[in-house]
Design a binder for this molecule. Structure first.
Ligand SMILES: *[C@@H]1O[C@H](CO)[C@@H](O)[C@H](O)[C@H]1NC(C)=O
Length: 399
């Protein structure tokens, strides 16, 4: 990793010997800084390359994408898929959608059986990198960009003739420590955000989650290095830089708990309105859709339509539907119906562009490591066998 030399240098400085600050890095391959966190935070592994000091002791609902090893969840003899459709993406495209896609992550790409299914573009027409385009990975030192991890997934998508969804430019989490521990003023941070979003969007075009998870669940702005220094202006700074770097890339804001009408959805709608009235380019809103079996929001379709009415498209960007383990036949049947409900909402809304599941298999789901005792959230099980959930998706795509 490029950061090794820099990290070694930092290790000579008293700063790095001190405990890592809240949101600071505290571990990962190549990391030679502090592995302990300041009081009130604890070191939580995001992936092999990055651990971070998070407030409190629990990992909370980060929403986006910490990968996990995954553990066996469904028992032998569990009901499986009986669908004979051509493939989820083929059917979605035939019905007028741009894609049905999957998230993936670099460490999984050594699993040839996994990659074979991921690369079948009748199943998946789009890939989202789970981690390797995040800030810590793409700009590990200020002004020094590393495209290696992200490019590995982009190259795979290109080889497979799949679309790419960039994820993400500005997020409160998984930031490099030079950014979180710096004391940048507004002028400096504006330039840092512009440079970062302009550079990565200029490098990988297509669709991008430019703004990720800007709001708390009560609809207030999340406190982070961006909001605390720039107020809500960080949003337009990032979108303007991305738009200047590539006018044809679809620029998205992505969040969770905005799938149903409520204060958080309203906050996002108000942000869309204010950006539109200020002439800032915003093309789409991502409904992450990390759901729980039996607890699917009732008004996803209506809420999608409310966003589309504001002049943006919507997409389902990180769909998975977790259950409390162990998985049972009844839970798998309910999960099938729940997948059908969510996908049907997108199919019913013309302005819903496409759907992405947050990895296709329980083998690599982020759920078990984030939500204790829960899992089995994906349409393929940990042995890469299709579950009844697959048939729920297929039924929804076919209408
Ligand atoms: C921000 O920091 C830069 C570089 O240190 C400095 O030149 C500039 O005057 C500062 N701006 C404000 C508004 O303080």
């Amino acid at each position: 990793m490029k950061s090794i030399a820099f990290a070694s240098l930092l290790a000579l400085l008293p700063l790095a010997i001190a405990q890592s600050q809240e949101w600071g890095q505290c571990g990962g391959i190549g990391w030679t800084g502090s592995t302990t966190c300041v009081s009130g935070t604890s070191c939580v592994e995001s992936n092999a390359y990055y651990s971070q000091c998070l407030p409190g002791a629990s990992t909370g609902n980060g929403g986006s994408s910490q990968p996990a090893g995954g553990s066996p969840t469904s028992s032998a003899g569990a009901p499986g898929s009986t669908s004979t459709i051509a493939g989820l993406n083929a059917v979605a495209q035939a019905a007028g959608k741009k894609y049905f896609g999957s998230a993936t992550d670099n460490p999984e790409l050594t699993d040839t059986a996994y990659v074979a299914i991921l690369s079948d573009n009748t199943q998946f027409g789009q890939l989202t990198p789970g981690n390797s385009m995040k800030w810590y990975a793409t700009e590990p030192e200020q002004g020094t960009f590393d495209f290696t991890g992200g490019q590995q997934i982009v190259s795979l998508a290109q080889q497979n003739k799949q679309l790419m969804r960039g994820h993400n430019c500005v997020w409160y989490n998984e930031l490099p420590s030079w950014l979180t521990s710096g004391t940048f003023n507004a002028t400096e941070l504006t330039s840092i955000v512009s440079t970062h979003c302009g550079t990565i969007v200029g490098h990988w075009k297509d669709s991008w989650d430019i703004i990720n998870e800007p709001f708390n669940d009560d609809g207030t702005w999340r406190s982070d290095v961006f909001y605390n220094t720039l107020g809500s202006d960080f949003v337009s700074v990032a979108l303007n830089a991305a738009s200047a770097a590539d006018p044809s890339t679809k620029l998205y804001m992505n969040d969770y708990n905005i799938e149903n009408p409520g204060v958080k959805a309203t906050a996002m709608q108000n942000l869309v309105k204010s950006l539109k009235s200020a002439g800032v380019k915003i093309d789409g809103i991502g409904f992450e859709s990390h759901f729980i079996v039996g607890e699917i929001p009732a008004d996803i379709q209506q809420n999608m339509e409310a966003f589309v009415a504001l002049g943006v498209e919507v997409s389902i960007t990180e769909l998975d539907i977790r259950m409390t383990l162990p998985s049972t036949d009844a839970l798998l049947e309910q999960q099938k119906q729940d997948y059908q409900t969510v996908i049907s909402a997108c199919m019913a809304v013309e302005g819903c562009a496409g759907m992405t599941i947050w990895d296709y298999t329980d083998k690599y789901s982020w759920v078990p490591s984030t939500f204790s005792g829960q899992g089995a959230a994906c349409p393929w099980d940990e042995n890469l066998v299709k579950k009844p959930a697959y048939d729920g998706i297929a039924a929804a795509l076919q209408g």
